[in-house]
Design a protein around this ligand. Structure first.
Ligand SMILES: *[C@@H]1O[C@H](CO)[C@@H](O)[C@H](O)[C@H]1NC(C)=O
Length: 352
């Protein structure tokens, strides 16, 4: 993606269908305008929240957790929007349903890939834990085991996850194939599609960054071109630029990974490895103990970060899944989509 001849990818190779509802030329009612403005303002707030305070923060597990949280909240926001719009699913155009289902099934695939990568990394952490356990004893026998465990760690961590390898094509599909449908008759439908567009931009950005981080290659990095008519577009572009540039810089410096906590573990392992492969009496030094402690700390940070991120990915998966289930069951029952998606209002549930 960093090749200069690559033009930025656009959601709309054939023009932007929202041009006619851009803030300038809009004919939406004041109520609908207020709904979409509020939605886009909170989307922009989430984007701003993701602007890293320092470059080190990019692709730390805490930043990634925040990014997943932003996705979960934005997708939840779409559900709330459907309620605010009072747009019953039987009023939905078939194309909007297709868009929603198409996006959500791809996101589920991507979540499954991310979860599988996180549990793969977690298996790596088990190897580290075993290593540290063996290093806590001072017998040379234990050091030999620790050494072979570290070999195992290095092999494990540098192997590829086939699920992650597929993310690139899923993302390409997400950007390319499901163009947002033109909405002519329904103002509420326009608002819904415009909101979904914003959330989709955020989603593709975050997922492409994750896929890049997990695959260890910039081929999944996307530079999305978002039309300037959206209030959140400048913030989006600023964020995307900053994060993508930092990732490219790290890869061009030949880093083995762009994941911050993994890099910390890797550098401790590299420091430790020669000392445990060496002669045993060299090992009984203060500096050796320090290096082991450092690996312990890095492994701890790695593991904690992994856990939090895995929970957040799971939370996002649940939100996408429940939105999808709600839409499908509304379609079957003919009920309004908002009733289903938000579990119905409580009074109505009592009556049912
Ligand atoms: C672990 O994380 C803490 C808090 O972010 C940090 O201060 C510390 O340096 C990290 N430890 C290692 C060994 O990376």
């Amino acid at each position: 993606m960093s090749r200069p001849q690559d033009p930025p990818r656009s959601f709309f190779p054939f023009g932007n269908p929202f041009r006619n509802i851009s803030p300038k030329g809009t004919k939406l009612s004041p109520q609908l305008l207020a709904v979409i403005c509020a939605f886009e303002a909170s989307l922009e707030e989430r984007l701003k929240n993701l602007i890293p305070k320092s470059k080190d923060e990019v692709l730390s597990f805490s930043w990634m957790t925040l990014a997943m949280q932003a996705l979960r909240e934005s997708h939840n926001g779409i559900k709330t929007l459907m309620t605010d719009l009072e747009l019953p699913v039987h009023d939905w155009d078939e194309k909007w349903i297709d868009v929603y289902l198409d996006i959500s099934v791809k996101l589920l695939d991507i979540c499954i890939a991310f979860s599988s990568e996180l549990s793969r990394l977690n298996q790596g952490h088990l190897l580290l834990q075993c290593t540290l356990h063996h290093l806590s004893s001072s017998s040379s026998d234990q050091f030999i085991r620790a050494c072979s465990l570290l070999d195992g760690w290095r092999q494990h961590i540098s192997s590829k996850n086939p699920r992650i390898e597929k993310c690139g094509s899923i993302l390409d599909n997400l950007v390319g194939s499901s163009d947002m449908p033109k909405v002519k008759k329904s103002d509420k439908g326009k608002v819904l599609m415009q909101a979904i567009y914003g959330v989709k931009a955020l989603t593709v950005f975050v997922c492409s960054v994750f896929a890049t981080a997990f695959s260890g290659s910039t081929k999944n990095l996307m530079d999305l071109d978002v039309a300037d008519v959206y209030s959140w577009a400048p913030t989006f572009k600023g964020l995307q630029n900053l994060v993508n540039e930092e990732i490219k810089v790290r890869f061009s410096n030949g880093k083995f990974t762009v994941l911050y906590e993994l890099e910390a573990v890797d550098s401790s392992v590299r420091e430790l490895y020669p000392t445990i492969r060496g002669v045993v009496d060299v090992i009984e030094t203060e500096s050796h103990a320090k290096i082991v402690d450092k690996l312990g700390g890095a492994a701890e940070n790695f593991s904690q970060g992994l856990d939090l991120l895995a929970k957040e990915v799971d939370g996002f998966f649940q939100v996408v899944m429940s939105g999808r289930d709600a839409l499908l069951s509304s379609l079957r029952s003919g009920a309004t989509v908002n009733d289903r998606i938000l579990g119905g209002n409580r009074d109505a549930q009592v009556v049912n």
